[in-house]
Design a binder for this molecule. Structure first.
Ligand SMILES: [Cu+2]
Length: 575
């Protein structure tokens, strides 16, 4: 018998030496202390179709940047475009001048010029980078970052693959945005039909009338869908199917990155359990699930152990189930896993409308039919019927922080904490699904002080006019930033007054989710606030400077769902 250690050492090939994406082509990678990145227009081919894109060093997605914790890195970014550009290092703790948000942390990279970012690498894990200028991210300006730890990882060495998920459209992003502005539901081809009603797939008639009165469509789960998007794994469409190799029986680390502009994905590998070991780059206590929802801009590291000598599918369904990204894990090149069919599309529930408190103690999202559990009159008399609710769907008394502007179509009357739920559309699946509450930090939180004050921020929107904002104020209407004092500890509650999930990202900081894990709270840089739900986190504002704070749905941010967080030094007032 061979000793395990010998076996492990012999079987392990460092990731950077592997042809991980054989079956298609090796993904480019850059590393070292001086890294050169050139932003330029290019063509890319998806499932045999040519598209115009913006890439880096001739690659879409942009090359993998491989760093080591403790190094100092200089990234020389040349902008070969005729418009301003920028790169933001998503999740990296850098001085604010290096954070890469035009108008917030630096002036942007002017056309035909180079900007050098320079910062110490203070963390390890899986991250990504992307343009923070206009809608360039949708054009392909995104790529993965992997930072190797200074000391060996607790999980031990193993084969690994970066799984970068994204969404691609043949339409120019400005055209997508224009169509959303004209009609928020433009890309929703899954509207309810008479056929669907008769087959029992849609809501019952009474329930449907009620939703119609509120001018809302419960099939509106995603704004931009497979009607225009192809969903990609490492830049490859479902037909080309990116392939990652494994040896049967070995552990494989998958570094999942959701680099989409607009798509929440539900990820699973039928026949394989996933053990989640990292969230947003930081280690968590291992938790084994069969599926997880990954919001835009989140990362998860999971370990899978494919035992059989066969191909396994990696399936990332868009949350509205209009399409999927698909890849294969296989022991040999040329094998291909069959794609499971798309599951039935989810419909928004009462909880998604911010009426969670009416769910009568049920911890699960309510199935769509619960709203019409009792036969509903067309006009409102019964205490709890939909017509009565209609009147309370925009009651500013429920949200004194919110400005009375047209960006506020609805205010959740009874929002509830949904961090114990598996994410929209996943309440009914018959296997284990990750929830935020399953995440527990592997190490004690660096700051365990009780928060000194509380802040409540509403995520507001108007789907009909495609306006999105914090507290009813779009970025261009905001007069003052969210101000924090250096090292101040604040409890922030995000209230989602809309029917869409919003992945909220704060630059330059991690925050601790308040999910009942005390001094081992999971720390994140991006958190999905489910429709009609709330998320509470504690923040230590330890990075002085001005930081972007926004929804990571690209078109929501573009429409105004962004503000500035300003962390001011304590001694400033003394001068
Ligand atoms: Cu959003």
């Amino acid at each position: 018998m061979r000793a395990g250690g010998v076996l492990a050492a012999g079987a392990w090939t460092p990731a950077w030496a592997q042809a991980g994406s054989v079956g298609i082509a090796a993904r480019p990678e850059v590393s070292g202390d001086d890294i050169h990145l050139r932003i330029a227009h290019q063509m890319m081919t998806i499932d045999g179709r040519q598209s115009h894109a913006i890439g880096i060093n001739g690659s879409v997605p942009a090359p993998l940047i491989r760093l080591r914790e403790g190094q100092k890195v200089r990234l020389h970014v040349e902008n070969a475009l005729d418009e301003e550009s920028s790169i933001h290092w998503h999740g990296l703790l850098v001085p604010f001048q290096m954070d890469g948000v035009p108008g917030v942390s630096f002036p942007g990279i002017a056309p035909r010029s180079t900007f050098t970012y320079e910062f110490p690498v203070k963390q390890a894990g899986t991250y990504w980078y992307h343009s923070h200028s206009g809608l360039q991210e949708q054009m392909g300006l995104y790529g993965p970052i992997v930072i190797d730890p200074a000391t060996p990882d607790a999980a031990g060495p193993m084969r690994e693959h970066v799984i970068l998920l994204s969404d691609h459209s043949q339409l120019h992003p400005h055209m997508i945005f224009r169509k959303l502005k004209q009609q928020g539901g433009y890309f929703n081809y899954q509207k309810q039909t008479l056929a669907g009603l008769l087959s029992g797939r849609d809501q019952r008639a009474g329930e449907r009338r009620a939703w119609g009165k509120m001018r809302m469509d419960p099939a509106d789960v995603a704004d931009v869908t497979a009607a225009t998007y192809t969903y990609l794994v490492n830049g490859h469409g479902p037909r080309d199917q990116w392939t990652g190799l494994f040896t049967p029986g070995e552990r494989v680390r998958l570094r999942l990155v959701n680099a989409s502009a607009m798509t929440t994905f539900n990820v699973r590998l039928p026949g394989l359990a996933m053990t989640v070991v990292e969230a947003d780059g930081l280690a968590v206590r291992p938790v084994t699930v069969d599926e997880l929802q990954i919001a835009v801009a989140e990362t998860y590291d999971v370990i899978v152990t494919p035992a059989d000598d066969r191909a396994y599918a990696l399936v990332a369904e868009s949350v509205d189930r209009s399409g999927m990204a698909l890849a294969t894990l296989a022991p040999r090149v040329g094998m291909r896993a069959a794609a499971p069919p798309l599951r039935p599309r989810p419909l928004a529930t009462m909880k998604d409308m911010g009426m969670g408190a009416m769910a009568m103690g049920s911890d699960d999202a309510m199935p769509p039919h619960d709203m019409s559990g009792h036969d509903m009159p067309a006009h409102g008399e019964a205490g709890h019927d939909m017509a009565a609710m209609n009147h309370s769907m925009r009651d500013f008394a429920n949200a004194p922080e919110v400005k009375r502007t047209p960006t506020v179509q609805t205010i959740a009357p009874m929002p509830v904490d949904r961090t114990g739920e598996p994410g929209q559309g996943l309440a009914g699946v018959d296997h284990r699904v990750l929830t935020y509450r399953d995440l527990v930090a592997a190490t004690r939180n660096p700051d365990v002080r009780a928060p000194a004050r509380a802040l409540r921020i509403h995520l507001t929107g108007n789907m009909e006019r495609y306006m999105w904002a914090f507290d009813g104020e779009k970025l261009n209407e905001v007069t003052a930033p969210f101000a924090f004092l250096e090292n101040e500890r604040v409890r922030v509650t995000l209230v989602n007054d809309t029917m869409m999930g919003h992945p909220i990202h704060l630059h330059g900081h991690y925050f601790e989710l308040v999910t009942g894990h005390g001094d081992h709270a999971p720390r994140k840089h991006t958190v999905q606030v489910q429709p009609g739900g709330t998320v509470t986190f504690d923040l230590t504002a330890d990075a002085v400077g001005d930081w972007a704070f926004h929804c990571h749905m690209l078109y929501h941010m573009h429409a105004g769902m962004m503000q500035v967080v300003s962390v001011r030094p304590r001694d400033e007032g003394a001068a």
